[in-house]
Design a protein around this ligand. Structure first.
Ligand SMILES: Cc1cc2nc3c(=O)[nH]c(=O)nc-3n(C[C@H](O)[C@H](O)[C@H](O)COP(=O)(O)OP(=O)(O)OC[C@H]3O[C@@H](n4cnc5c(N)ncnc54)[C@H](O)[C@@H]3O)c2cc1C
Length: 368
């Protein structure tokens, strides 16, 4: 069944005004393409893009050849450059990956080699160096990443929006894209189950909903839609003075980088995220998690006491089976004008600028 044809015709429609949709729209706009961004919520960036650690990652861990490794290191450099130019608040506070047991030492050495393969230099620090650098830290040794830092994500998104609007592209809120027909010469889509429009390009970067929206796209082979797992990350806030001036990470786990000690731009310490497999979107942070947090943080900060931490916020990562970003275009699904982004979890924020450039440059030939 075809959707009703209407006259309102767009060049490029981006679904989702998170950091990824905004970056893609910004990049298209810079190249002279008129973009319409549609966002179901009443404001931009209310989902995963405002529920993360705000860390500009250095690009250490990702397997060579993965999209994460392709984008993260480049994104790190570009994000610092952009933030400095736009006076967006950043703190290039550095990060320590710490070994809390003898067996972690082997993992640290592996991480150092993986970092090297990705072009990221990590500096091994002995206990004596670390006592001076971070007097409250308890560990055997650590790797120092000088390129890691934190950024004001909200302000970053505001700047992307001003770039988009300056080029006369626009963002429309309270607009859920709910039906897509990609079986005709243009892509037809409906908004809020009411009006139907058409577009030459439709970029699905709807975050936690990308695979759900993809299932509704007529003309897209459903077997190409990846299986997505939701991994929730909970955070706890520390009251009082921050024990560390750098980001402190244990060695990574299967789903995430481990419960780490991060800083926000006001200098407060936040612990997290943990990794909890969930099937539904629910952002409550349970008080009962305190024990797990205390036990985990205790390994590198023995002074933690549970009455000094309190549930804060949470976010949900979308994970593909192979733990990489997945960007599907014509070459994968043979549907002209359609791009689907799946599994844009960490380091999506860090990678946002190169992801935008990658998607827009891939589609430009199709438009012109
Ligand atoms: C716990 C956690 C910690 C993280 N920490 C970091 C970090 O420190 N550094 C880093 O680089 N990355 C980090 N990330 C990853 C980063 O936050 C994400 O990669 C990034 O925010 C994804 O942005 P997005 O635009 O794809 O998704 P979102 O921000 O979720 O945006 C998608 C948008 O699409 C909208 N939408 C959905 N469906 C529709 C529809 N049908 N119609 C219209 N609009 C729709 C949604 O409302 C939403 O606004 C972390 C992620 C998590 C969960």
């Amino acid at each position: 069944m075809h959707m009703r044809k209407v006259n309102t015709d767009f060049e490029c429609v981006v679904v989702g005004a998170g950091i990824i949709g905004l970056s893609i729209a910004r990049s298209f706009s810079k190249r002279g393409v008129n973009v319409l961004v549609l966002e179901k919520n009443k404001k931009f960036g209310e989902e995963t893009s405002s529920r993360n650690s705000g860390v500009i990652h250095a690009g250490i861990y990702y397997p060579k050849g993965s999209l994460k490794s392709l984008f993260c290191k480049k994104g790190n450099e570009e994000l610092y450059k952009y933030a400095r130019k736009r006076k967006i608040k950043i703190n290039k506070c550095q990060k320590l990956i710490v070994s809390c047991s003898k067996s972690d030492e082997i993992i640290l050495n592996k991480i150092k080699s993986i970092g090297k393969l990705n072009g990221v230099e990590l500096f091994k620090k002995k206990k004596s160096d670390l006592k001076r650098m971070e007097p409250n830290l308890n560990c055997y040794s650590a790797l120092l990443s000088k390129g890691s830092g934190i950024i004001d994500v909200h302000n970053l998104m505001l700047n992307f929006i001003s770039d988009i609007e300056r080029k006369k592209s626009q963002i429309v809120f309270n607009s859920t894209v709910d039906k897509v027909d990609a079986t005709q010469e243009k892509i037809f889509f409906s908004v809020n189950s009411k009006e139907t429009f058409s577009t030459k390009l439709l970029i699905n970067c709807s975050g936690l909903f990308s695979h759900i929206l993809a299932k509704k796209i007529m003309g897209l082979k459903k077997e190409l839609i990846p299986k997505i797992n939701f991994i929730k990350g909970n955070y706890m806030k520390l009251s009082g003075k921050s024990p560390f001036s750098r980001l402190i990470y244990p060695v990574p786990s299967k789903f995430g980088l481990g419960i780490h000690s991060t800083l926000n731009l006001s200098g407060q310490t936040i612990f997290g995220p943990d990794d909890e497999k969930v099937t539904k979107i629910n952002y409550n942070v349970s008080e009962r998690k305190k024990k797990k947090f205390v036990n985990s943080v205790k390994k590198f900060w023995p002074d933690i006491i549970d009455r000094n931490i309190a549930p804060d916020y949470s976010g949900i990562r979308t994970k593909t089976e192979d733990n990489d970003f997945m960007i599907q275009d014509y070459t994968n699904h043979k549907v002209p004008g359609l791009v689907n982004l799946f599994g844009i979890d960490s380091p999506g924020l860090t990678s946002s600028i190169p992801i935008g450039e990658y998607v827009s440059s891939k589609c430009l030939n199709y438009l012109r």
